[in-house]
Structure formats: structure tokens, C-alpha cells
Design a protein around this ligand. Structure first.
Ligand SMILES: [Zn+2]
Ligand SMILES: [Zn+2]
Length: 213
């Protein structure tokens, strides 16, 4: 499985734009092309997608972590361009999309082959659990629910070995000791500390980063 960071507070590639928000594109031979979150604005999202050769009309599944604008800003524009993508929204999302194929997610569930949702945790946010040969890799939006709850929900699908996404104010770093891949992205407040605490395991995030699982 391959994850490409499309939208982030920082950039990895020349030519891409940064913005306060998060979006990641997930692909593999076995799973539908999946967009997780849509950043804060469509011009930045679409610019970065173009630079990264990701065709918005080819996306088959869109998962939104939570209803905050830095994760939903590009959604309406993507939906205008792509009428067939299946949506998985947290049940607290609020907005409805008449005529669209929408699943309102409450409990943990399968999204497609090898990709699961933790379910909406603490009434606000869902994270993804990607099943790989090495175990479970977690992708978070902002990690508003406690990291302990996210990791525990994801571990129902297998042993968690890696994580990428916004970790917000997370600082109970012992929870990451058993992980072997850590990418603190987006709103993570303690990025520097995480990179220093887990040398060789933690790496910088940014738009354009490709994570091969
Ligand atoms: Zn948020
Ligand atoms: Zn956020």
C-alpha cells in the first residue's frame, strides 16, 4: 500500500503548496483509490493533486476524519468533479449530500479490503487502520480523541506498527514506544520532540511525502 501526503502544513516537494490542513491519498492494487480528508481549501488541494499526478475523477472512496474546515475545505469541489466516489463521514458530520453514496460511520467498520475505520471516537473523529503484511498502520486527521483510544480502536484489526497524521497536543509519548514508523503531520504540536525521541523511527511529514507500506 502507498500513502501520498497531498495537503499538509509543510511541504516536502518543490512545486507543492502548504496550508493548515491535512489530506492523504491511499492506493494499492487491491483497494479502491482512497482520499482521506481534503485539506482546508480546494485551490491548494487541486494544485497539489495535479503536481502529484492524482486525478480527482479517479478517486473511488473519500473518508473524512471529522467536520473541521481544515479537513473538509476541498470536499465540495472534489464532489463536483467526481460524482461516483463513495463517502464515509463521521456520524457527527452534520452536512448531508443528497443523491450521493454516503455511509455515516459510528462504530468500527470495514471501508474496503484491508482498510478499516476506527469508528467515530469521542463523538468527533474517525481514523483509518490500514492492514498490511507488517501489521496495522494508522492514519489520523487531528487526533482529537485521546491517542490511547485511537490506538486501542485500531488494534482491534491487528498489531499497530506505524502511524501518520495530525497528533494535535499528544504528548503521552510512551504510547509510541512499540511503533516502528511515526510521521507527525499537520497540527502535531510536539513534532520536534517526537522526532528527537524516536530517531530512526519518526520522520518529518509534508505534502509530497510518500510512505510505502
Ligand atoms: Zn480538527
Ligand atoms: Zn486539523
Amino acid at each position: 500500500m502507498k500513502i501520498t501526503i497531498v495537503y499538509d502544513n509543510e511541504v516536502k516537494n518543490v512545486g507543492l503548496r502548504a496550508g493548515w490542513g491535512f489530506s492523504a491519498f491511499i492506493e494499492s492494487q487491491e483497494v479502491p483509490r482512497l482520499l482521506f480528508d481534503t485539506g482546508a481549501d480546494s485551490p491548494t488541494l487541486l494544485h497539489n493533486m495535479k503536481e502529484l499526478n492524482i486525478d480527482p475523477t479517479s478517486i473511488e472512496t473519500i473518508v473524512i476524519s471529522h467536520a473541521h474546515g481544515d479537513h473538509t475545505g476541498g470536499l465540495s469541489e472534489i464532489l463536483k468533479m467526481n460524482e461516483r466516489a463513495q463517502l464515509f463521514l463521521p456520524s457527527s458530520f452534520g452536512k448531508i449530500f443528497p443523491g450521493r453514496n454516503v455511509t455515516m460511520v459510528e462504530d468500527a467498520m470495514g471501508v474496503c479490503a484491508n482498510i478499516f475505520s476506527t469508528g467515530e471516537l469521542e463523538g468527533i473523529e474517525q481514523s483509518l487502520a490500514l492492514k498490511t503484511n507488517k501489521g496495522i498502520f494508522v492514519v489520523t486527521g487531528c487526533a482529537h480523541p485521546a491517542m490511547r483510544s485511537i490506538l486501542s480502536a485500531a488494534s482491534k484489526f491487528g498489531k499497530v506498527y506505524g502511524i501518520a497524521g495530525g497528533f494535535h497536543g499528544f504528548r503521552d509519548f510512551r504510547l509510541f514506544e512499540s511503533l516502528s514508523l511515526i510521521y507527525p503531520c499537520h497540527c502535531t504540536q510536539h513534532k520536534k520532540q517526537i522526532l528527537e525521541l524516536f530517531p530512526g523511527k519518526a520522520s518529518e511529514c509534508g505534502a509530497g511525502l510518500v510512505i510505502q507500506l
